[in-house]
Write a protein that binds this ligand. Structure first.
Ligand code: SF4
Ligand code: SF4
Length: 259
């Protein structure tokens, strides 16, 4: 009897820092089991050896910032049965989407001696703006255990069990004293997607939203609270303009506090 074919996994990089791909390598104990369950056919961060598609599952890190990226992601989609985006860059455009509020040509002129050689788009956009995406895993970087759940779920043919609740819910489960209520520390936990285990409030720091918006976040109420804590409108705008600046809820709320 022929051996059962292992599902083929591919990992792709677009505009990003590689941190989310490293989360896969950082699985340590579980990585050998993953490697036993899937055929890691394309993963340049880990191996120069690659095998051609089609692939059963593609994990895509990074945003689309060049005309070449826009073409390449369509090629990746064509070769992939399931396509999952991982991290803030791939799911919202990343911190590089700060360009979306400004003139990118002006940035290029200031940074490069010869900006005429730079071939870039005016915007940084998430993968889902370009092709169909089967699941988005948020975080900057993603949580490695959530990544394992996503891979396992797709291999088993089910939806990943990833909650879209807020960081506050994890904070409560961790038994933390609320830094916002008890200490008046600005904290974006109420509007931020869970996944980190309430890391920052566990160390008496406010959350700055690196996991991006939760499902249906009440950002206007959040901003009202930040204003009452004495934060200037310009600073309220800035708290939304970080790693997930182009995520719809954070982008529109930031625009309410300036251009
Ligand atoms: S510290 Fe922040 S994340 Fe934790 S409960 Fe308070 S507001 Fe929510
Ligand atoms: S900034 Fe917020 S979402 Fe990011 S690790 Fe800290 S608590 Fe978690």
């Amino acid at each position: 009897m022929a051996a059962k074919r292992k599902p083929k996994l591919a990992v792709w990089k677009f505009a990003s820092c590689d941190g989310c791909q490293l989360s896969l390598l950082d699985l340590e104990d579980e990585l050998l089991e993953v490697a036993g369950a899937v055929d890691i056919a394309y993963f340049l961060e880990a191996s120069r050896a690659t095998r051609k598609g089609p692939y059963d599952l593609s994990l895509v890190e990074g945003s689309v910032t060049t005309p070449h990226d826009a073409q390449r992601i369509r090629d990746v989609r064509r070769q992939s049965r399931y396509l999952v985006t991982i991290g803030a860059c791939a799911t919202s455009g990343g911190i590089q989407a700060l360009r979306n509020f400004k003139d990118v040509k002006e940035f290029a002129a200031r940074v490069y001696a010869h900006p005429e050689y730079i071939d870039t788009l005016a915007t940084s956009t998430p993968i889902a703006d370009h092709v169909k995406v089967d699941f988005e895993l948020q975080g900057c970087p993603i949580n490695k255990h959530q990544l394992l759940e996503v891979i396992t779920a797709f291999l088993a043919g089910r939806r990943p069990g990833i909650s879209s609740e807020s960081v506050c819910m994890e904070c409560k489960r961790a038994g933390n004293v609320c830094v916002l209520v008890a200490h008046g520390t600005p904290c974006l936990g109420p509007v931020t997607h869970a996944g980190c285990g309430a890391l920052c409030p566990s160390y008496d720091r406010g959350c700055y939203g690196c996991y991006g918006p939760k499902e249906t976040p009440n950002t206007s109420s959040m901003s009202g609270r930040l204003s009452r804590l004495g934060m200037a409108s310009r600073d309220v705008q800035r708290v939304y303009r970080t790693f997930n600046t182009n995520a719809k809820a954070f982008r529109s709320e930031s625009k309410r506090h300036g251009s």
